[in-house]
Design a protein around this ligand. Structure first.
Ligand code: ATP
Ligand code: MG
Length: 380
């Protein structure tokens, strides 16, 4: 059986690495050139897109921002998983918000902006501290603007008036003071069975995920049930097949959905070492119609993104429980180059290992590492 993934970056690569032991072959589509490529070597495979679609038994995506004509073409094959509706909801914040509202799922208060002058009423409705997001094509904090005070509004309006807001509206959200960010990665198979990974706690730097800790510390039964209930509502409504990630803001005992990602997710990378079956393996199983694997946690795990940087010593692998996943990309600022998974027997031991790891990285690139290590050391 062969699987085709739209997108040929690190997520396609890690899906392929998980598929091969299952006896499944993976090809990827470079969505810019439409070349069919090997997701690991990136070598172009000598088949047309049409031939690859025909040959595949299941087709999935590594990211949601797929050109519409390509998504439609693949959808016509009847092999696309998850559903086109799920992918389009993840790609468009306006659709995503209406999906959440339609299911009565708590999310961040917002206004949709199709003309810059509507920002005045957004400030009246939501307050002067806003985070303004392009409804399409944003990721890793790109396509976002922040308003800290109403005094900056004229300048921001001038800047945003350059955009075609009628075509691609903005979503203005109230800037929340949440307690922390959590995410739930889970997977649903074609029979409707759902398995969940534990909630992960996510730390961001400059709008981009820097560190995930899984299982998230201090999660009680009530919080977990709340998160799983929201996930199940979404997955069932979308008749979802595959891995889905839901990002939350925790405010007291309440979870607000920030966004959903209809694919394997950076905050699930810890599962490559920290869980019995990793998210990539389970996504492939789900789309190939195979039984899902156990998501049992093997040990507390930290995932550290290596961003815009490749100048470190691989001697860091001498830290017991550390695992490097390198994506083989050319270094660029803000580019995710690879990640490290570090496993330990307890949060405190994990904290110590992060301190050891911090010695290998300059603080300016990894500002959260020491702080997080200290926090974990304090947990029992
Ligand atoms: P990613 O691709 O990393 O998930 P993204 O570009 O899709 O990011 P969001 O997840 O919406 O965008 O926002 C990125 C980060 O910005 C969030 O993880 C959070 O730290 C912060 N953020 C987003 N919305 C809000 C909000 N309403 N209030 C406060 N902070 C926010
Ligand atoms: Mg996000």
């Amino acid at each position: 059986m062969s699987i085709l993934i739209l997108g040929s970056g690190q997520l396609a690569r890690m899906m392929a690495l998980a598929a091969y032991p299952l006896g499944l072959n993976v090809a990827a589509v470079d969505v810019n050139t439409l070349d069919v490529v090997n997701p690991i070597t990136k070598a172009v495979i000598d088949v047309s897109l049409e031939q690859a679609i025909e040959a595949a038994q299941a087709i999935s995506v590594e990211f949601e921002h797929i050109p519409q004509y390509l998504l439609d073409k693949v959808n016509a094959s009847g092999k696309l998983k998850p559903s086109i509706e799920s992918i389009m909801a993840g790609a468009d914040r306006v659709k995503e918000k209406s999906l959440l509202s339609g299911l009565d799922i708590a999310n961040c208060a917002y206004n949709i902006i199709t003309h810059v002058d509507q920002l005045d009423s957004a400030v009246e409705n939501l307050g002067e501290k806003l985070i303004i997001k392009a409804s399409r094509d944003g990721y890793d904090g790109y396509g976002q603007w922040r308003l800290a005070t109403v005094a900056d509004l004229p300048e921001l309006k001038a800047q945003l008036s350059q955009l075609e807001l009628e075509k691609v509206p903005l979503v203005a959200e109230k800037m929340l003071k949440f307690d922390r960010e959590l995410s739930l990665v889970g997977v649903r198979d074609h029979k409707g069975n759902i398995v969940f990974y534990p909630l992960a706690e996510n730390l961001h730097h400059q709008g981009q995920l820097a560190v995930s800790i899984a299982p998230a510390p201090k999660v009680d039964e009530k919080l977990m049930t709340q998160a799983q209930g929201i996930f199940a509502k979404l997955a069932e409504r979308l008749n979802y097949i595959g891995v889905l990630a839901v990002e939350f803001f925790q405010m007291g005992e309440q979870l607000l959905v920030n966004e959903i990602a209809p694919r394997v997710h950076n905050s699930g990378h810890w599962s490559m070492q920290g869980a019995d079956t990793c998210q990539f393996d389970n996504h492939i199983r789900a789309i190939a119609g195979l039984p899902l694997g156990s998501t049992d946690v093997l040990s507390p795990t930290a995932m550290i993104n290596i961003v815009g940087y490749d100048d470190f010593s691989k001697e860091l692998l001498s830290i017991p429980g550390s695992h490097l996943h390198w994506y083989d990309k050319t270094v660029r600022p803000k580019r995710k180059m690879g990640h490290l998974n570090v496993c330990a027997d307890s949060y405190a031991a994990l904290g110590q290992k992060l301190l050891d790891l911090a010695k290998y990285f300059p603080e300016e690139h990894f500002p959260l590492l020491k702080k997080e290590a200290t926090r974990l050391l304090g947990l029992v």
